[in-house]
Design a binder for this molecule. Structure first.
Ligand code: GEK
Length: 243
């Protein structure tokens, strides 16, 4: 078992104070297990990203994986675009995550691992931009600016993959989805204590928009085709194509 394959027990003991969630070394060490057990359909989301790369990535273009964490999406894109002359720029502002990414061997592929803030990354010549569960960690007022930057940097025919945890405008739906999501986490082996302490830690850090907000914003930005390709309880993934 590598040190990236440890079981997530970050919130398993009762904490005297639940601090705001951070992507630090402890989290990076268990992240593979944490995300697989916390996001319904995570492995399917990754496979869908690989499929999109196959369809949309063009020679001479760049692919941006913004908030790449351990680089799983970038590695799949690299695999899928073997033989295509493109560059993959994978960005995360967690030094602990990027340090682990840099250990990956990707012969014949050009993944550039960058420890930077995605709000300041210049984006241009992109055939594909991936925001897989990352936009939700920016302050709500910062999201539009990043998306504008992405839209401008996409080539004609380029795509944005946007996966997010979402909030619900309808109260009854919101309550039901929370119940289902909590049930999902229990089936994945998390205790009630872990679920509630993690929820508290994320409260001010992960602020979800609604599906409608995402859809409207993508439309206003100018994307010509917008598809919701995945939904698992309160997680959705959009594919937005620039004409
Ligand atoms: C995956 N996409 O496995 N700049 C750079 N990185 C950031 C910023 C920022 N301003 N804010 C947050 N992050 C991945 C999963 S995880 C999702 C993405 C989750 C980074 C943060 O450090 C973390 O690694 C990532 O965004 C979010 O496909 O944990 O739910």
């Amino acid at each position: 078992m590598s040190d990236d394959d440890q079981r997530d027990r970050v919130f398993s003991r009762r904490l005297s104070e639940v601090k705001a969630f951070e992507f630090n070394e402890t989290v990076a060490g268990v992240f593979k297990d944490m995300i697989a057990r916390s996001v319904p359909g995570y492995s399917l989301l990754l496979r869908m990203i690989g499929l999109y790369a196959d369809i949309f990535v063009t020679p001479g273009s760049r692919v941006f994986d913004l908030g790449c964490s351990l680089g799983e999406a970038s590695l799949l894109i690299a695999e899928q675009t073997r033989g295509v002359d493109c560059r993959i720029v994978a960005v995360d502002n967690s030094a602990a995550m990027i340090e682990k990414c840099r250990r990956h061997q990707t012969p014949g592929h050009r993944i550039e691992w960058r420890c930077e803030d995605i709000r300041r990354v210049p984006i241009d010549g992109a055939s594909m931009v991936v925001l897989n569960l990352t936009l939700q960690f920016l302050q709500p007022e910062e999201r539009q600016g990043l998306l504008e930057n992405i839209y401008r940097g996409l080539n004609p025919g380029g795509v944005l993959v946007l996966s997010e945890k979402v909030a619900f405008e309808d109260e009854a739906e919101s309550v039901r989805m929370m119940q289902l999501y909590q049930g999902f986490k229990k089936t994945m082996g998390y205790s009630d204590l872990e679920i509630s302490q993690k929820r508290n830690a994320l409260e001010k850090v992960l602020i979800p928009d609604s599906e409608q907000q995402h859809y409207r914003r993508l439309q206003q930005l100018g994307f010509d085709e917008i598809y919701q390709c995945f939904r698992g309880f309160n997680f959705v993934s959009f594919l937005a194509i620039k004409a």
